[in-house]
Design a protein around this ligand. Sequence first.
Ligand code: FNR
Length: 184
Amino acid sequence: MVKVGIIVGSLRKDSFSKKIAKNVATLFPNGFETEFVQIGNLPLYNQDFDDTNDAPSEYSSFRDAAKQLDAILFVTPEYNRSVPAVLKNALDVGSRPYGQSVWDGKPAAIISQSPGKLSAFGANHHLRQSLVFLNMPVLQQPEAYIGNVGNLLDDSGKINDDNTVQFLQSFVDAFVELIKKYVA
Ligand code: FNR
């Protein structure tokens, strides 16, 4: 079974990103399982902890959980034209101590969303910039920018637009093909 971790860049209870992620989780084929990775409990990364034995226990639980994953799907909003701090913090925590990054070589894909028209393009591409440095092969096409997200979800959080579901299915299919290249 291939394990795909899903990391959502918003802690908001009614987060659109979380709702989109829940819909996308259902689109993976047999042989793939998805798991939501929680990042809201991680204390802010501090490099001093890399050299001591008293790093927050949340760091090691998070790193251990991330190491078990074969691939990562990021679903995120944009905060101030960039990646929400909680998501950047999770990337930083997972990337250290130096040489022990949990991200190295793991295939990844990004979905960005916004209630407006710009679809969090800025966050999507700032996140890509970090993933290049983290040596994560990132799905190039199709790119997933979900705009006007509030109009795409029904009261139960289900995507009510067939074109969007079809697009997200093609996105997942392409991600699955990418993952297969890296996971035996
Ligand atoms: C935002 N929002 C926002 N939207 C956007 O398109 N570009 C931006 O730069 C920002 N900046 C921003 C900063 C902060 C601090 C907040 C709280 C919000 C609006 C944002 O897209 C909206 O709140 C989304 O609903 C957030 O995603 P979730 O929480 O629904 O997943």
